[in-house]
Design a protein around this ligand. Structure first.
Ligand SMILES: *Cc1c(COP(=O)(O)O)cnc(C)c1O
Length: 429
């Protein structure tokens, strides 16, 4: 393929970014380089690689040619300068934040986060002497009040759950930059097709690629993207000489790529949460159909949200695609193609906890499991699963009503999904 100056569209980059056909074999699909290590051309070259004077493959814990295609493709789709893939979404957030933070530092985070993220921030970060202030993401003044001189990042999700809230990325980026700290956004529920946080001022984007990016419910993975625009010159961790890399100054040496180089060469090297090349291959397959799948996920989600909204057994539906959602205006700004395909709704029943169980038991097509972003439709009833030890009062405090159901809408025939929901709602006593 000839090089050209043309700025290619999103779909073209989904298929081509980061890869040209293999020069030796002509293989058109991205080959799986299932290898741990790489033969060095000579001893000088080996020394240069280890000094980071030359960029090349050393060991698959740090880099791999199949994983590199996935990283470059995601960076291109998110309008970032580069990306580092990790073994899971949890590892992506951990790697990104451990690269930025030192003991004694603080971050300010939204309360509308994935449950595992709250646990990681609250308990594991505490062991590392990092304090996390949780704030209501819809109140910009709460974010501002929580920023102390020790704050080193703001953290939120583009589409938060279970409330289905939209993060006001542009306002938060302005606030973060006024305090000379980066905004980190978990873009898992939106994917780069529905929202590109970097275009609105976010500095670091992370994903659980396990969800819509892989898209088929077959691999756990994560990825970190850097905008390349944040000035880290006053950040101790990125700018000061690094004792774990013979006093290398990452920001001075690598500039707009400094954060990612440190994330890869130090944090990933030391924590070991590398992605396997085979999983990188599966994620590349997922990315190749991302726009097609997301349009269809959104179409189905809109139809189902509208159906549930009008159903007499349903009390409320929290989907920002509905006109009366408090997040509808923000959704039109940040996710004009639709606010994803994961949302919650509440059952109207005398005993909502039992009604939730009866509803789930009666479903045929929706799979009852703890995941989102699969091609298949998924359902979970938090009150009888993830939150089952809590009393009704404790559930209310956690924002999880006893009759709350979470759906992740898949790509099945729309009428079949509506049929399944209708008959399961009718099965509630
Ligand atoms: C699933 C998820 C994570 C964690 O990712 P894993 O790949 O399961 O480690 C983080 N954030 C969000 C929004 C998620 O949905």
């Amino acid at each position: 393929m000839q090089r050209s100056k043309r700025q290619f569209g999103f779909e073209t980059r989904m298929l081509h970014a980061g890869h040209v056909p293999d020069a030796v074999t002509g293989a058109r699909a991205v080959p799986i380089y299932q290898t741990t290590s790489y033969v060095f051309d000579n001893t000088d070259y080996a020394a240069q690689l280890f000094e980071l004077k030359q960029y090349g493959n050393i060991y698959t814990r740090i880099n791999n040619p199949t994983t590199a295609v996935f990283e470059e493709r995601i960076a291109s789709l998110e309008n970032g300068t580069g990306a580092v893939a990790t073994a899971s979404g949890m590892a992506a957030q951990f790697t990104a934040l451990m690269t930025l933070l030192e003991p004694g530092d603080e971050i300010v985070a939204s309360t509308h986060l994935y449950g595992g993220t709250v646990t990681q921030f609250t308990h594991t970060f505490k062991k590392l002497s990092v304090k996390v202030h949780f704030v209501d993401p819809t109140r910009i003044e709460h974010w501002e009040q929580a920023i102390t001189p020790k704050a080193r990042a703001l953290y939120g999700e583009t589409i938060g759950n279970p409330q289905g809230s939209l993060l006001d990325i542009e306002s938060l980026a302005e606030l973060a930059h006024a305090h000379r700290i980066p905004l980190v956004v978990d873009n898992t529920f939106a994917t780069p097709y529905l929202c590109r946080p970097i275009d609105f001022g976010a500095d670091i984007v992370i994903h659980s690629a396990t969800k819509f990016i892989g898209g088929h419910g077959n691999s756990i993975a994560g990825v970190i993207v850097e905008s390349g625009k944040f000035d880290y010159s006053h950040f101790n961790t990125i700018a000061a000489p690094s004792p774990s890399y013979h006093d290398l100054k990452f920001y001075e040496t690598f500039g707009h790529y400094g954060f990612l180089m440190k994330a890869r060469a130090e944090t990933l090297r030391d924590t070991g949460a590398a992605l396997s090349p085979f999983n990188a291959f599966l994620l590349i397959q997922g990315l190749e159909t991302l726009s097609v799948r997301m349009d269809r996920h959104v179409d189905n989600a809109r139809a189902i949200a509208a159906f549930l909204y009008g159903h007499p057994r349903v009390e409320w539906v929290a989907y920002a695609g509905l006109p009366d959602s408090p997040y509808h205006t923000l959704a039109q700004k940040y996710t004009p193609k639709g606010p994803g395909a994961v949302f919650t709704f509440g059952l109207k029943a005398d005993n909502p906890r039992r009604a939730g169980q009866q509803f789930i038991e009666a479903l045929h097509l929706f799979s009852h499991l703890a995941n989102v972003g699969d091609v298949r439709s998924l359902v979970i009833h938090p009150a009888s699963t993830t939150h089952q030890q809590l009393s009704d009062e404790e559930l209310r405090q956690a924002g999880v009503g006893p009759g709350m159901i979470r759906l992740s809408i898949g790509l099945e025939t729309t009428g079949d999904l509506l049929w399944d929901l209708e008959q399961a709602l009718a099965a509630i006593e």
